[in-house]
Design a protein. Structure first.
Length: 442
């Protein structure tokens, strides 16, 4: 557990940096262009890159020592941010802010690539929990992961808004580069005991291994249904990827919005600490589904009126629930999936789930920008749905939130009544801890 906590703190530092720059980029783009379409394309593009790279990332994690994977990820991320800095210096402000021009997209995509490659560390971290933490303590360890990620969100959401509001994009990028370099240097002194690799001979010469991941997923009754369910939920989640920041920036200034995100992210820390202390119980799958029900109900209400306090309260409750759901899914997979295949299964699940969000984000951005938002500002729209969502300049986005959450609610109820849900719960209860290499020394 000592080694695990050290790895977790370093990964938290890396995630702080990535999130800091990611939030800053999103805020900067929306404030300078006032385009929901631009922010939805950036958000969708990030998820699309995650989807494309997740399969390869899983193979990399399964084939190499976990520390080597994390170091390589940090080096590539640092190189990407340095390149983004060069682009920022080479082009003038007008070119960088022309989101229809090449300079804008070169700058944005370079930052996105750095963030996506850093996500390789999260796949490695999930397998490190299996490597270093005894089975009976993994739910609590996953709760600690949620706590650290929540702390990262708290720090970055506050400082991203303040940074863009007071320092601008240039100095924000300088700080991100410095933090990335610091995390890399610190990582070199982090020990991850792993004397042996649980090699799968089928991996030889492969860049991706979809068949290997699918073979393991299909071997566990109900697991494929869970992956498809979470993929569908991420499809719905693309709505929030595209619209949550624009909605928040409608209610708050950029600096205040960053502070709101930071304060509400205390819920993420609270939820993670509860899991770290109390665990998830004997049925993490049931916990996961109940968390999804709560999120769906929450999404139907947190934008019902254009009240800043209601939106902030809804985000806080959502933050409390998120680490519970994430820890439940991680704990379940760490039990039922063999250690030698966990990188590929985590990577495959990440790819499917991430691929879903861009579809919705790319679609909902134009629909909201040119259809629903203008319609809700018209007398016809206000007459039709004003009774449900009230009045205000962001009522179109509120309608989209409600519709997406209703779909999620129905899907979750149907999933809990299904046969795969029962079979997977039984498979988890019957599964022994996965075989893993013996970890001794440094």
């Amino acid at each position: 557990m000592r080694e695990f906590r050290r790895v977790l703190v370093n990964t938290g530092l890396a995630n702080i940096t990535t999130s800091y720059l990611w939030f800053a980029l999103t805020f900067w783009v929306y404030l300078e262009t006032r385009s929901v379409l631009a922010t939805s394309i950036i958000g969708g593009g990030y998820m699309l890159l995650l989807a494309v790279c997740g399969l390869a990332f899983g193979v990399i994690v399964d084939r190499h020592h976990k520390k080597a994977v994390m170091v390589a990820s940090a080096v590539v991320t640092l190189a990407a941010y340095l390149l983004a800095g060069v682009v920022y210096l080479l082009f003038d402000r007008r070119s960088l802010l022309d989101w229809g021009g090449p300079a804008f997209w070169l700058f944005a995509v370079t930052i996105l690539i750095g963030g996506v490659v850093e996500s390789l560390r999260n796949i490695a971290l999930s397998t490190t929990v299996t490597l270093l933490v005894p089975d009976a303590e993994r739910d609590r360890a996953n709760g600690l992961v949620g706590t650290v990620m929540g702390l990262s969100f708290l720090v970055t959401s506050v400082f991203s808004g303040l940074s863009i509001g007071h320092l601008g994009m240039g100095w924000t990028l300088v700080l991100a580069i410095a933090l990335t370099a610091l995390a890399l240097v610190d990582l070199l002194f982090v020990a991850i005991p792993e004397d042996a690799l649980a090699h799968d001979p089928a991996l030889a010469g492969k860049v991706i291994d979809v068949s290997g991941a699918m073979r393991v997923i299909r071997s566990v009754p109900g697991l494929l249904a869970l992956v498809l369910f979470t993929t569908f939920n991420n499809l719905i989640g693309g709505v929030f990827v595209a619209l949550m920041d624009p909605y928040g920036l409608t209610l708050f200034s950029v600096s205040m919005w960053g502070i709101v995100l930071g304060v509400t992210s205390l819920g993420f820390i609270l939820g993670g600490l509860v899991v770290a202390r109390r665990g998830l119980g004997a049925r993490p799958l049931r916990t996961l589904m109940l968390a999804n029900l709560a999120v769906a109900l929450l999404g139907m209400g947190f934008a019902a009126r254009e009240w800043a306090w209601l939106y902030a309260l809804g985000i806080f409750v959502f933050m409390c629930i998120s680490p519970v759901a994430e820890a439940a899914e991680q704990t379940l997979l760490q039990r039922v999936v063999p250690y030698s295949h966990q990188g590929r299964v985590f990577g495959f699940a990440q790819s499917l789930e991430a691929a879903a969000s861009p579809v919705t984000a790319f679609v909902i951005g134009p629909i909201a920008q040119f259809g629903i938002i203008p319609w809700m500002r018209s007398p016809e729209g206000r007459d039709a749905l004003g009774w449900l969502v009230g009045e205000g300049q962001a009522r179109g986005m509120a309608v989209v939130f409600m519709g997406a959450s209703l779909i999620m609610l129905v899907a979750t109820v149907l999933a809990m009544l299904s046969r795969p849900y029962r079979l997977l719960g039984e498979a988890y209860a019957a599964a022994p801890p996965p075989t893993r290499p013996v970890s001794e020394g440094v």
